[in-house]
Write a protein of this length. Structure first.
Length: 290
């Protein structure tokens, strides 16, 4: 049976989520709330009044697609009326904001997950399947370069890539250090290099840049049987070993947002999920930069 899901905020990533949800066999979009934005091409009913959205649409689940400035206030409003909430882009400004959200979620007994959808990227999913057969993983290198002048690099890239490293290593972070540089803007960090060591003794290097002229996202895993190289931008995965290069299959039909919603549906039904990122995951990562 489909669950009624509402979308709060309809700019940016919300349209991607709507495109997936309108074809979902698990969710039915019952309404969209946005006081300032409308889209005549969207078939779901729009609301510019939040109370009307709650009373008429009656969402059983909500996806928050709000900006960093609106996220906390929007969550507080939604948690009073809906017990299943997915935060599409968990780009919180501070650690205290995430802790406020967690307190509100606990108080209202809400099931909350954060949209770390990179966990379900088809290249990452295929890589995880290959790594599950490995006896040992030694190190992980992640290089993620995009063009996002003026953005906050920690919120846009670092948080997501650290979460990805934790998923691939299947461990928590034991040691962490980072350095930053301002190459294009004297007031804002645009390049970050991070060094991590996990509790299961895997060394991780992450290089992030928002001043690149091209988008490039490569994950390299050094394991006992060879080196795996995943190209998330080019949607390719291969392994290098003593015999040469082996091209590995990437299941491109596994859309990461759709897969995330499949897991969110399970969370709505059971109240638990081992696959989704939760607020404690966010807090642990944000504390690394405190």
């Amino acid at each position: 049976m489909k669950l009624k899901i509402g979308i709060v905020g309809y700019s940016g990533i919300a349209k991607k989520h709507y495109a997936i949800l309108r074809r979902s066999d698990k969710f039915e979009v019952c309404g969209v709330f946005d006081a300032n934005c409308r889209d005549d091409h969207c078939r779901a009913k729009f609301f510019d009044d939040f109370n009307s959205f709650i009373e008429e649409a009656k969402p059983q689940a909500i996806v928050l697609c709000l900006s960093s400035d609106e996220l906390v206030f929007g969550f507080f409003k939604c948690a009073k009326y809906c017990k299943n909430i997915l935060i599409a882009e968990p780009k919180f400004k501070s650690l205290s904001e995430i802790k406020e959200i967690k307190y509100a979620a606990t108080t209202n007994k809400a099931n909350v997950c954060s949209g770390m959808s990179l966990r379900f990227n088809p290249v990452i999913t295929s890589l995880k399947r290959a790594l599950a057969k490995e006896e040992e993983i030694y190190s992980i290198n992640i290089s993620h370069c995009v063009s996002m002048p003026g953005k906050n690099i920690v919120r846009e890239l670092c948080m997501f890539d650290i979460d990805l490293a934790k998923i691939l290593s299947n461990s928590e972070i034991y040691e962490f250090s980072y350095s930053e540089a301002n190459k294009t803007n004297a007031r804002s960090t645009d390049n970050v290099a991070m060094k991590l060591k996990t509790k299961n003794q895997i060394l991780i290097n992450i290089s992030n840049s928002i001043s690149s002229c091209i988008n490039r996202f490569v994950v390299e895993v050094n394991a006992k049987s060879g080196v795996y190289i995943g190209d998330l931008s080019g949607v390719r995965l291969h392994q290098l070993n003593e015999y040469g290069q082996i091209n590995l299959k990437v299941y491109q039909d596994e859309n990461e947002i759709k897969t995330q919603y499949d897991e969110f549906y399970n969370l709505c039904q059971s109240g638990e999920s081992s696959e989704l990122s939760n607020l404690d995951d966010l807090i642990k990562i944000k504390e690394l930069f405190a």
